[in-house]
Structure formats: structure tokens, C-alpha cells
Design a protein around this ligand. Sequence first.
Ligand code: BGC
Length: 757
Amino acid sequence: MTTLPYQDPSRPVEERVDDLLARLTLDEKAGQLTQYFYFGGFGELPEGVDVGALPPELRSFVEQPKGVEAALGHGGAGSLLFVRDPAIANRLQKLAIEGSRLGIPLIFGFDVIHGLRTILPAPIALAASWDPEVIEQGQAVAAREARAVGIHWTFAPMVDIARDPRWGRIIEGAGEDPFLGAAVCAAQVRGFQGDLGPESVLAGPKHYAGYGAAVGGRDYDDADISDSELWNVYFPPFKGGIDAGARNIMSAYMDLNGVPASGNRWLLTDVLRDELGFDGFVVSDANAVRSLETQHFARDLTDAAVRALDAGLDMEMCMSDAAYSRLPRAVADGLVDEATVDLAVRRVLRAKVELGVFEHPYVDESATAGVLARADHRDVAREAAEHTLVLLKNADAALPLDAARLGSIAVIGQLADSQRDLLGPWVFDHDATEAVSILQGIRDAATGAAVTFAPGAGIPPRLYASMFDRMDPSAVNTPGDYDDDAAIAEAVEAAAAADVAVVVIGQRQNQIGENASSAVLDLPGRQLEQLQRIVATGTPVVALVMSGRPLDLRWADAHVPAILQVWYPGTRGGEAVANALFGAVSPAGRLPFTWPRHVGHVPLYYNHYRTFQPDNQAKRYWEEPSTPLYVFGHGLSYAEFAYGNLRLDRDSIAVGETATVSVDVTNTSGRDADEVVQLYIHQRSGTSTRPVRELKGFARVVVKAGDTVTVSLPLGPGELRYWSAVTRGWLQDATTIDVFAGGSSAAGLATTLTVTA
Ligand code: BGC
């Protein structure tokens, strides 16, 4: 059999792509630009079900896999998503290769957001580690497991800046800050993509761009963002991922400033390609091309396909009946150039060639079991979780608990023994029974103490069922006939009888994530009342907060001595939490968002502008302080740190030059611990006003008891330039820059840097 040039791995990538592209028909090209969901992995229908008699929605779901398989037979799809079974992947791959004229393999995409089988802490928690190495290592584990089941590409990381915690997807990102967001995105891309070898997956930062600014925090609603905010706040995390080599970007659903992101040429081409330097391929969010019609932007599906493609959207992700299947007709009718189709196909084929799927299209089914949930993967998950815990409050060194001295511990809360909730949303291939709950973690660590458990207050279910719950038989909900009065009374009694009460409060995993925006930040149900009654017993209380967003902790902050933010800490979360509770680990995570006192304060973020009457910043509301409950970057430690000797290697630099900022951090306590050193700037005057503080550097360092560590960070054009609405471009001012260093955005140690023209 002769080897055609595109099949020859010894030839350069571009040559192979050119060769293959030249052989494709227009229909085959449209196929390569189409990605279908595949819903065939959800098991067989029960016997005797008459498909024809099912309601239309269910029937199309049941029949959907057949349509996809038919398309594969004639090169009608370039990629599939939602296939996580290696045997199914191989079967579909065979259909694609053998059924199509040129035998082009599929790439399989999936949402491997924070682990596949071994579940890492949720992404917002990973960001709270402020530790790019830990994040990279974690996502490398996720990539290895994904690849072991046949997945080539993950729809991650999500890098949308979230300034409104009502938006449920805040949990999938890195919070509110562009600098932290860019670093966390880059680390994830490095982790996922590695060397693009057999244990790597393509990464696709999403959702480009502005999705996190949905009005009212209501998922999918439109976003209105100024150009200045787009350039300075919303684009930088994408830039971080692109510079780290991300091969894919996913476009967002919503309207951005009156134009849907998925049909927005300025966004997808002018900015993404020409300014941010992206050279991979863009995929739409699920059904987002079709949605151009739904959003009353496109006239019909042909118009939607033409405008999305023209805008720079290369591949359409959809359930069935791809809008892009209309492209050949649209070319024939002169609605779009074939050259535009070719540009997109070239980008998709390049990704396939680079990933080596032509040479290795099939996954080794016999190797899968040995990779999933490997012991070393589980260790990475535990270590990552330990890095993400944020000690919000610790009055009178209430924590760590001394396990040896405690006779009894009451563990309270439904979330304490929920293996499923611990894993967070956006997991599908977990095995909840492999997860170590908080209760289990405490029991295993405090073997000398009598550990009692009371589930206590119910957590009311969602008013509208989650679409994810329907796909997840392991999802937990409080039963409808749950006797809250009795359960709370029992929990209070258990707390009263114990030496210490560890109360887990928060939201279930299906109360955060996609399609899980909240109108309020209150603890669901009667959890607050229960906490109040437990505190009233006089038993010392530790509150563990399981959430992916800030909740209203005003009462807890005023009355509970110790509060630890545990997020959704993943497969070995319970052990990590216990290690922090009993002092084997000192918490060193830091908040990646500002924690408001109350939902009425949102959006509230640290990098706001100075504006009129800055001295009254804390008094913007008449009835309570308008300051955060906990500032951005906040997080306490069991150790104590002193910052000093903040210095610059020179007091003055010219525009374009770089100064080095150094600060000494001394661990003045008797125990070793990690500390997150943060560097902020403020520009005193210039072409535009700049925020009161902006994070421009950080380092998570280990500081041994009594030691001093010096951290040095650069301040140059990369940190000092910004996009100005005055010149409508990037610039750096000659000005005075305040420089702050410390353990949070409230860092007090300051110096100044002069920048001359
Ligand atoms: C989400 C994306 C996700 C896609 C595929 C969409 O609803 O917005 O983030 O990657 O579904 O599952």
C-alpha cells in the first residue's frame, strides 16, 4: 500500500496538512469542522421500550448516537465529545477511519475540568493554592487519565474572570484577578498539554470572552464590558494560556456588547489572532453556532454558519444537524469563500497531525484500568487539596486541634459525610466510593478521640433540577420528608456533648457550577440557625466551609473562632482537611476573590478605581461597612510571618526598563510553613486612572521556622503597561508607582518606583 504524503510522519506538519487539505471535498471539509456530542455511552435502553412512542426530546436523545454513527461513515464529523469509554472510542474511531474516503481519525474532546477518575480540588480551589507547580502537576494527572480512556482534548481551563459570585461558574475559574488568572491558566495548559505526547491532551481555555460578566450573575445572560476592562482584565488570562501554547480556544455563548461572542469577528480574529497571537483552532461552545439564530443575530442556520466561520470560529460543537453542514451549499451560493473554509480546516488538521492521531488513532483498552485512580495520582490529589485550604479566621490559635488531647469530636453537617459533594461539579467519571469524606478523614486522623456524627440541617434542593443531576446517579439530595427539627436538635445535642464541634457548612455541588447561579449568598436551609445553636452550647466550634463561592459568613465570622475554607477538595479531600485540622499541614491557600459581607455588595473586587472621595470607600452604604469580609489574597497560617526590607534594585527606571523588587519574609514562629508573598502596584497619575491596587507578582515559598527567605520579582513593561481608552492602545506612563508587598491585597509594606520618559 502506498503511503500518501499526509500519512507520512517523517514529513513536516504543514506539508502533511497541505496534502490532505488538497484531497478533501467540500463536504469532507465541513465534516472536519463538525464536532458532535455522542450520547451512546449512557447504557442500553430497557427492553421493550418503544422508541417511536417516546416524547420528541427523549426520542432525539435516544436516536442521536445513530445519526452520529451514520455521519462518521462518510467523513461527516471531525471530532466527538462525551465519549469516555475506551471500547466505544475505538469502535467509533474505526467507523470514522474505515468509513470515510481518506481515513481521517477523529479527536475526542471532553470536559476534563479537575480530573477524570481521580478528582482534584475544584478549579477555584486550585487557584487558591497560588501554586502553579501544584496546578500543573494536578492537570498532568488529569491528562494522563483522560488519554488512557481515549480523550485527546479537554475543554479546559475555564479562565473567565468572575467578579460576581452569584455566577455559578466562578468555581471553574481562577477568580477575579487577571494576573493570577493568567498564571493559573498557563500552569493548567502546561499540565494538560505537556509535550503533546501520549499522556497529554490538547487544552482549550474558555469561554472566549467575557462570559463571567453575565448580568446579575445569571448564567448565559449577556455581558457588557468596556474595551478597557476587556483588554486589562478579561483577555489577560487567555493571553497567559496562549503564550503557554494552548492549541484550542472555546468561544462563549453570550452576547458581548451586543454581538454574540461566537459570531464576533473582532473578538475571534482581530483580537484573538492578530493581538493575542493565537494560532490554534477555535471551537464553539455547545450549540453556540445554532444559538446565533436563537439569539436573533443570524437569519437562519446557513447565515449562522457563514457568520461564525467568517468571524473565525473553526469548529462547531453541536448535538445534531450541524449548522456547518450547510457550508458546502453556502460556498456554492457565494455566501462564503472556500478559502475561509480551508483556513479553518487547516487549523483543525494541524492539531490532529501534531497530536499524532494519524499514527496512533486507537487507545490501548488493556492499559486503561492501570492508569485510572493510580495510587500516585491519588497522592497528587491529596497534596493539591492540602495546598488549596484557606484559613479565613483563627482567633486565639483555635486551630490546629490537638488530636491527642481531645476525648471527643462531634462532626456535624450533611456535607461532612457526602463523598459526592466533596468532588464538586463537572465530574462524570468519578467513583464517589473512592472519595475520602471529611468525616472519614477526621475518623482516620483522630483515632484516640470518640468521633460522633450528626447530619443535622437539611440542604434544600434546587428549585429547578440540574441538567447535570440527570446524568449523575451519584448526586446527593436531602430527602423531601427529612425532619429538620429533629436532625438539628440531634446535631446540637451531639455538639453539646463533645469537646469540640467541627461543623461543615456550605452548598452542595449541584448548587454551584454551570446553570447554578444563586440569587443570594446565604447558607442554604437552616444551616446558619444550626450553627448559632451549636455555638450557644459553649462547645468550641470549628467551621469548615464547603463552597466554590463566597457565602454570607457575617455571623460566623463574628462568633466562630476558627473558619477554614475547604472548597470541594476532591478525591482525597477528607484527608487533606483532617491534616490541616490537626496540624500536620499549615493552611497556606489564599482567596482568589474578594469575599463580600453580603450579596448586596456584589460585584466587589479589590482592583477597583480610586474615584471621588476615596477616604469614604468603606462607607459607601449607610447601614454597614462596604469593605470586604475577607480581602483578595487573604489567608492565615499556623505560623507567623514578618515582612521587611522591601527594596528596589533602583529607585528609578525609564519606560521600557525593568526594576527588581525584593522583600524579606521571616517565619517568626516555631513551625515550618508555606507563605504566599504578593506584590501589588498602584499608579499615581497617568493617561488613564489605574486601579487602587493590582497584583503584579507572587511566589508561594516554604519558610522554615526562624528562617528568612528573600523573594525577588520583576517590575517592567509587562507589569506596568496597560490598555488606555484615551489612546485606544497599550502604553506605559512616565509616573510614580506605589509598590506594596505582603501576605494579602491589604499588604502594608510600601515603597515607590519612579518611571521616567
Ligand atoms: C459549557 C462548556 C462545556 C460544553 C461541553 C457547555 O454547556 O458551557 O463549558 O465545555 O458544554 O460540555
